[in-house]
Design a binder for this molecule. Structure first.
Ligand SMILES: [Zn+2]
Length: 189
């Protein structure tokens, strides 16, 4: 960015720009708003960021975002623990939870290189159905095959979300209605 010799402002703009989907114009607009127009909103944001970064960890069981060792889903005794939905990101859990239709539990596998087989086997204890809620792509198809293979000796049926999820689109860009439909019309694999 062009230097205006207002270092603190420039630093703030570049910090915003490092965030996903924030371009230079938006970064300048937000930084300006905070330093010149609404410093209270800025302090509130700074505090919320600090709280979020310090207090949110991964759930020990499913890797969801959590303020405690276990997330609110894993510690909810009314969830159906016989159905486990594997997603790529905790953001996908938010999207699915918004629909209010799914009552099972979750497990996050972002990429195969992060997958701890023993941890996964532990997570599927008592599970009868595993639903893959991955956005369709060659990479996620490979993940599905791999995970299925690792759990092949267990009595689990596998399904994946169906129509309504176009290829190459991330789940958080899909509206809740489409996603709910895709979960309902999941196909056995
Ligand atoms: Zn959890």
């Amino acid at each position: 960015m062009k230097k205006y010799k207002i270092e603190a402002f420039e630093n703030l703009v570049s910090a915003f720009q490092e965030l996903p989907s924030i371009g230079k114009k938006s970064a300048i607009r937000m930084a300006y708003n905070i330093v010149m127009e609404d410093s209270f909103a800025g302090m509130k944001l700074a505090h919320a960021i600090e709280e979020g970064v310090n207090n949110i960890q991964r759930c020990k069981k499913c890797h969801n975002m959590s303020e405690d060792e276990l997330c609110f889903i894993c510690s909810d005794e009314f969830r159906d623990t016989s159905t486990l939905c594997i997603v790529q990101s905790a953001k996908d859990i938010i999207t699915i939870e918004e629909s209010g239709q799914y009552k099972g539990i979750y497990y996050i596998v972002t990429q195969l290189s992060d997958l701890d087989e023993y941890h996964l086997r532990d997570a599927v204890k008592g599970v009868e159905e595993v639903i893959f809620a991955f956005p369709p792509s060659l990479a996620t198809d490979t993940m599905i095959l791999y995970i299925e293979d690792k759990l092949a000796n267990k009595e689990i049926c596998f399904s994946k979300i169906a129509q309504g999820v176009p290829t190459g689109v991330e789940l958080d860009n899909i509206d809740v209605v489409s996603l709910t439909r895709a979960m309902e019309s999941r196909v056995k694999i």
